[in-house]
Design a protein around this ligand. Structure first.
Ligand code: GLA
Length: 719
């Protein structure tokens, strides 16, 4: 609910468990008052005082300084000496910016408009309307509330109402000022093969930032951060989650001053973003999802998971059964052809695997990663009868058909590049940097995006794939465009992201029944922007279960299991297993949307039985894994991982424990159960919810000496 109290001039946004409040000060400034657990009585929180050396607007007098007061948004060069949210340079080159509040509106539903992915629905929206009389721009700052998931969306629109062009140089539509909290910063840091490891950093008196300049949200930092209370636990402590919904270059930074004032900004990366706004044009920022929980990291994660599932991911797919697939990549890499695929399909049908995915290598002259990206027609040497005939034969086994594409990319050794060398991103008179032997298509040019989209549609339209894996295997460099005029070159980075979103729109519309899976050299584009188009994302190319565990744990801090694709593979080794242990690998791959990426054609008889049981179990567990509340369990040693997924009605839960150290005789405490339920596992052992939460579940581990694991599924019988 959003309310305005005319006497105190306080605007308050309440969700089920949180309050967010601001105050209109002196008729034209918006002070930030509060964000946290639900509360009333906020009027005492705003104070003005004289601070020596602080600048103040001449007309307001010495007691009011934009530098010392917490604000909702801050503006470059006009009295706030910290890093500021918005910077607009006018025609005369002056970049001083100062927006003053003109009006505000509160209305039902979300804020419409813009060309970026957005969260659906929304209970109510607050729209603050500011004006900068010098640049002649209007700023609309939106807050849409989602009461049940305790989330809030922030985004902004700038409209140029002047008669000359202006240039937007910084636009952080999400600013959060804290004056009285000691907080740490949690981020998801990594690299290729080790994405999204959870790290918690103290916030020093400095500016700290995570960012991407890779042209995609990146393996290095995820566009997510949380500000958390000291010594945060999974199930206790305060956590503010900030999820930036954008797939390109971003920046989330904190700045702390001596004395404790801390500001968080989330937006597009200032180094690679600028935007020219002609008279009457408007520009929308991407949106940021905010949440607060005093139920620890799990509480924050659950709020974000609910928001992503209910308002971001396509409702058609989010809770629908996901096909259990086998992907050819780690099974055979580029060595695919008709016979291989049919052999896999036949085996899949006996193992309870629903789908085969033909990964890289099916098109053009593609035998390795050096050639043919961009040539989206079937390779007749490998598939002489074409893809449709292949898909039909696969489907005859009762197995679905999935396929891999990488639409944004091109090899120099391709027919497309030979025909259109000007269709790649590049900077005039400079050499291209290569990465994985490939270049990037210039999607700022709509003709290029349309062409590549049409080619892929033509290649696949009869086949009607049941699943499409959309890869993106390099970062952007030399981000210039032969298509854009010189004064718009600085926009190429954001325009590329817009082009990519348009292409996602086009292909997801062309194949409305296909489950799309995002991918970027593993998990290099895992963000809330791309999740509008793809319900699941390949979490990492790292499929060694031991090294994958921290990746999955970190990813689940922000993203629900229903978005995290996780495969049982046989390729990647570690020091613990003597040979790939499918039981162990399955226990790890359960932490997400489980599939296979292994040679299912040469399994031993025992392994076949193991996989058959796993696929049967998965069909039982999957609805719960897709829709339940995730509790990461703590109180464990460093090498132990445990989670439980509890159904929303608390009538069932799945418990998964993995130790990559020695077996311990421990009990693991559960959370979020119904204390009056007796929960019974598949072997008929019953425990009361109260006991499981107070004393914990005593582990029965499949002990393999150096590691052990335990998967247990419980159903509630009411007392
Ligand atoms: C990337 C993906 C892999 C696979 C290969 C194919 O590395 O992450 O899963 O699809 O590309 O080239």
């Amino acid at each position: 609910m959003i309310t305005f109290d005319n006497e105190s001039k306080i605007i308050k946004i309440d969700t089920e468990n949180t309050s967010y409040a601001m105050k209109i000060v002196r008729g034209k400034y918006v002070a930030h008052l509060y964000y946290g657990a639900k509360t009333d009585g906020l009027s005492r929180l705003y104070k003005e005082k004289i601070v020596s050396f602080a600048p103040y607007p001449a007309e307001e007098g010495v007691k009011f300084s934009l530098d010392t007061v917490a604000t909702e948004l801050s503006f470059f060069g006009s009295g706030d000496l910290k890093d500021t949210a918005i910077k607009i340079c006018g025609q005369n080159g002056d970049c001083t910016t100062l927006f003053k509040l003109e009006d505000f509106r509160i209305y039902k539903g979300g804020a419409k408009g813009g060309n970026l992915p957005y969260s659906r629905d929304g209970d109510e929206t607050l729209e603050l309307i500011y004006f900068d009389e010098v640049s002649g721009c209007k700023l609309h700052s939106y807050y849409t509330v989602y009461e049940n998931s305790d989330t809030l969306i922030r985004k902004a629109k700038i409209v140029n109402e002047s008669d000359s062009s202006v240039s937007i140089r910084a636009l952080f539509a999400c600013q959060l000022d804290f004056t009285d909290k000691k907080l740490d910063m949690l981020t998801l840091a990594g690299k290729y093969y080790s994405e999204r490891h959870k790290q918690i950093l103290p916030i020093g008196i400095s500016r700290q930032s995570i960012y991407s300049k890779c042209g995609h949200s990146s393996h290095r930092h995820n566009p997510f951060a949380a500000l958390v209370s000291k010594h945060i636990k999974e199930n206790s402590g305060e956590a503010y989650g900030v999820l930036f919904g954008y797939s390109g270059d971003f920046e989330i930074q904190t700045e702390k001053l001596f004395g404790g004032f801390t500001r968080l900004l989330a937006g597009m990366n200032r180094d690679t973003f600028e935007w020219r706004l002609l008279p009457n044009e408007e520009f929308y920022s991407p949106e940021t999802v905010l949440t607060y929980s005093d139920r620890g990291l799990n509480g924050m994660s659950q709020n974000l998971h609910d928001h992503i599932r209910k308002h971001i991911v396509n409702p058609k797919f989010v809770y629908a059964p996901r096909p259990i697939l086998v992907n050819t990549w780690e099974a055979v890499y580029f060595k695919i052809d008709n016979d291989v695929i049919l052999r896999y399909a036949e085996n899949a049908s006996h193992l309870g695997i629903d789908m085969i995915v033909v990964d890289d290598g099916w098109f053009g002259e593609r035998d390795d990663d050096k050639a043919a990206l961009g040539d989206w027609f079937v390779n007749r040497k490998k598939f002489p009868d074409g893809l449709l005939a292949l898909a039909e034969r696969v489907r005859d086994f009762g197995v679905k058909f999935g396929i891999w594409i990488e639409p944004e990319m091109i090899n120099a050794d391709s027919d497309l590049f030979r025909a259109h060398p000007e269709w790649v991103l590049g900077s005039k008179n400079r050499e291209y940097s290569l990465s994985r032997n490939q270049l990037v298509l210039d999607l700022t040019n709509p003709e290029v995006a349309d062409y590549v989209g049409d080619c892929i549609i033509a290649a696949l339209k009869d086949v009607k794939p049941d699943y499409i894996k959309w890869d993106f295997n390099r970062s952007l460099t030399e981000v210039g465009s032969a298509y854009l005029p010189k004064e718009l070159q600085g926009e190429a980075s954001h325009r590329f992201v817009l082009g990519s979103y348009r292409l996602h729109e086009k292909l997801t519309r062309a194949f409305p029944d296909a489950v799309f899976e995002g991918c970027s050299g593993g998990g290099g584009r895992f963000d809330a922007g791309i999740l509008h188009y793809v319900p699941q994302i390949w979490t990492s190319d790292q499929t060694d279960p031991v090294r994958r565990l921290p990746i999955q744990l970190g990813t689940s801090v922000a993203y629900p299991l229903s978005t995290m694709s996780a495969h049982v593979s046989h390729r990647k080794f570690n020091k613990l297993e003597e040979k790939p242990d499918y039981g162990f690998r399955f226990a790890v791959a359960l932490w997400g949307v489980t599939g296979y990426e292994t040679d299912i054609t040469s399994l031993s008889a025992d392994e076949r039985e193991t996989l058959k049981k796993q696929t049967r179990d998965l069909k039982k567990y999957q609805p719960l894994l897709l829709s339940g509340d995730l509790f990461r369990l703590d109180g464990l040693y460093k090498k132990e991982y445990a989670f439980a997924v509890v159904s929303k009605d608390k009538t069932e839960f799945l418990f998964d424990y993995i130790s990559v150290g020695k077996k311990r005789n421990v009990s693991v405490k559960l959370f979020g159960l119904n204390e009056n339920c007796v929960y019974t596992d598949e072997a008929g052992n019953g425990y009361s919810g109260k006991t499981l939460m107070q004393d914990g579940l005593k582990l029965q581990c499949t002990d393999k000496g150096k590691y052990c694991y335990s998967i247990r599924y419980f159903v509630c019988n009411y007392k």
